[in-house]
Design a protein around this ligand. Structure first.
Ligand SMILES: [Zn+2]
Length: 659
């Protein structure tokens, strides 16, 4: 006797994407509630089931929905904001400052809804996310009807949703507690990456995931630099290191894994981790190509992800699957690598398995949830059709289909798109709201870009030093009179230091912006050995508060920041119009003279080779005090055997310019 079901989808080319890659034509799928009851030939299904509703699929492909195994969905609102930049400049220079300013529950919900509309239109039914305010991602996605692995980010720095990592961890715990068991959302935790987390965070997040038996989502071995730094700091590559921290006690979904060797691939397989391959993101950020062919050979579950829409810049999985197949061929120099059927498997069943959701979705099999799409393959760009080889259909989908060929989408037994019409989201409203955010962010960044100071502050960690200083610089032809002068009994030497300074000055067309100096100080001990190195970034204003006789300057506030990034980072971030390197050997004395303290620097300019300069500086707190000190500075110049006639008005750099 025929069994009653809610729905039968008939007259379709059914691609199950199960482990035997069964196909049925003309095929049918029976759905009851949220689940698939049976998949097979139409005549068999019709004989076995009676349906309340029968939908004729019009000879379209009926297949599992695509699985986007790694993304950051709210970043749809940052799409196209900053491109063609290196990862650190893009992330630390643009994304993070904008996120600190704008990311809120409202931002996250809107961004997620836009992503969900894009997912549905392009046939994605499940996604693995990692962002801030992840509970709002979960809320918006479940309202839109999508299936998501939603992971709350934990970082060692303050984030838009938490002051400290303890706060993020507490948020992750509350979120997981509230959502575990939800029909569409699997709540999860995401230690962002080993280089943005501490060992303690890696351990704590893994324990949290184990406690609730949910997956853990992270980024591993994305760039060669990450691996290089890890090797230098810990003596091992990334995978063994995070293993040592207990990360793999949890069910891990690791995005990227571009720079891992065969031993690490085997470790991941052995520990049951899944990998998300992100071809566009890795290409766009020039991170390299993940060894996907090798991973699949070893039997690792490798899915495909778009990564965030701010680094892709879309969520189109059709593009991603095609690129994965093409890249693997180029990477192995073998056109038989990653055939279309394997690439499409990665985007469906393997992706679900990588997300530790393989028992729920990823293929059309009885018992799994009804997450499926209809794809029209009769369009001009996809014709004609060959049936000789069962693999022809996969090649048609991977190499010629477009995301816009998806006409219908069902998740958890519920239609989200019918005949190209979205049923759970209003695109016009979403686009309008996104436009409003874009205008606000544009205004914020435009204001920031107009000033070197605000760009410096946006990086975080900088402080304003209200250092009113009296200072003078004098050219000296011979350093010996300075040494002799320092022996004068009226000068008491409090301490002496020796450094080698490597400066890079950045100049900007608009002088009123000031100059930026990137300085590395090598401290040198008595034995002439470098004992420590300090990096500092200083914005030097060009404005003087005033001047006294012989161009003794009274200056100015300036902004200091520890130089936590490389010189290359700052060059790409600030985009100076001109650069000038200055290298000098500096002897610095702190002295007391007539009851006041002064710094005396004797600089030997090595690059450019400009000889010796004497610099005298004193801190001051008022203009009147400054006048007294200016007089003392003049006396010191003479005592140190230099001439007030040789005072130079500005930095070395300017002298170089005028020569
Ligand atoms: Zn990512």
């Amino acid at each position: 006797m025929a069994q009653n079901v809610d729905l039968i989808l008939t007259n379709a080319i059914v691609l199950t994407m199960d482990d035997q890659l069964h196909q049925f034509e003309s095929g049918a799928v029976a759905v009851q509630g949220d689940s698939i009851i049976a998949v097979g030939l139409e005549r068999d299904i019709k004989n076995s089931f009676n349906a309340m509703q029968v939908v004729d699929c019009g000879c379209k492909v009926l297949m599992p929905g695509l699985i986007n195994a790694h993304t950051h969905v709210p970043m749809t609102l940052l799409r196209g904001l900053a491109d063609d930049l290196r990862l650190d400049v893009w992330l630390m220079g643009y994304m993070m400052p904008v996120e600190r300013e704008f990311v809120s529950p409202d931002f996250v919900q809107l961004g997620t809804k836009i992503a969900c509309a894009e997912f549905i239109r392009s046939g994605v039914t499940s996604f693995a996310d990692m962002y801030y305010f992840e509970e709002d991602v979960a809320r918006a996605a479940s309202e839109a009807g999508l299936r998501g692995l939603c992971a709350q980010t934990v970082l060692k720095f303050p984030t838009p949703d938490a002051e400290s990592y303890e706060d993020s961890l507490a948020m992750a715990r509350d979120f997981i507690k509230r959502w575990v068991g939800h029909p569409l959302i699997i709540p999860s935790v995401a230690p962002h990456a080993p280089y943005t987390c501490t060992d303690e965070i890696l351990k704590a997040t893994a324990q949290l995931a184990v406690e609730f038996d949910v997956p853990l989502h992270t980024h591993l071995s994305e760039t060669a630099l990450e691996v290089e730094n890890m090797r230098r700091e810990t003596g091992m590559p990334v995978i063994p290191y995070v293993k040592k921290q207990g990360l793999f006690e949890a069910k891990v979904l690791a995005a990227h894994c571009v720079h891992i060797d065969e031993g690490e691939i085997r470790t991941l397989k052995h520990l049951g981790a899944g990998v998300a391959h992100n071809p566009t993101s890795n290409l766009k950020l020039a991170s390299g190509v993940a060894p996907v062919t090798k991973m699949l050979e070893v039997g690792l579950n490798v899915g495909i992800g778009t990564d965030g829409p701010a680094s892709n810049n879309d969520l189109d999985m059709f593009e991603e699957v095609r690129l994965a197949a093409l890249l693997a061929k180029n990477h192995t120099n073998d056109p038989t690598s990653l055939p279309a059927s394997a690439a499409l498997t990665m985007a469906t069943r393997l992706g679900a398995q990588a997300m530790h959701m393989g028992h729920i979705t990823g293929s059309l099999e009885a018992g799994k949830r009804a997450d499926l799409i209809l794809l029209d393959i009769s369009k001009l760009h996809n014709s004609p059709r060959f049936k000789r080889d069962s693999n022809n259909i996969y090649a048609q989908i991977v190499y010629a289909s477009k995301s816009t060929d998806v006409t219908d989408v069902m998740v958890n037994g519920k239609w989200l798109m019918r005949e190209n019409k979205l049923l759970t989201l209003n695109e016009a409203d979403l686009l309008k709201a996104a436009g409003e955010y874009a205008r606000k962010i544009d205004t914020f960044l435009t204001a920031r870009e107009q000033s070197i100071l605000s760009k410096l502050i946006a990086l975080g960690g900088s402080s304003e030093e209200e250092s009113f200083e009296v200072q003078v610089k004098v050219k000296v032809s011979d350093p010996n009179p300075v040494y002799d002068g320092l022996k004068n009994p009226s000068i008491e030497i409090i301490r002496k230091r020796h450094y080698r300074q490597h400066d890079m000055y950045f100049f900007f067309e608009d002088d009123s912006q000031g100059r930026l100096r990137y300085r590395e100080d090598d401290f040198i001990d008595e034995a002439n050995q470098v004992t420590s190195v300090r990096g500092r970034l200083t914005l030097l204003g060009v404005q003087r508060e005033g001047s006294f006789g012989h161009d003794i300057l009274l200056s100015r506030s300036r902004y200091l920041a520890p130089a936590t990034h490389s010189l290359r980072f700052y060059r790409e971030y600030f985009k100076p119009d001109k650069e000038l390197p200055v290298e000098k050997d500096r002897l610095r004395w702190l002295v007391a003279f007539k009851g006041e303290e002064f710094f005396i620097n004797l600089d030997h300019l090595l690059q450019p080779d400009l000889g010796y300069y004497l610099e005298i500086k004193s801190r001051t707190w008022s203009r009147k005090d400054a006048e007294v000190k200016a007089t003392l500075v003049e006396e010191l110049i003479t005592l140190l055997g230099a001439s007030t006639q040789d005072v130079v008005t500005n930095d070395y750099t300017v002298i170089v310019d005028t020569n």
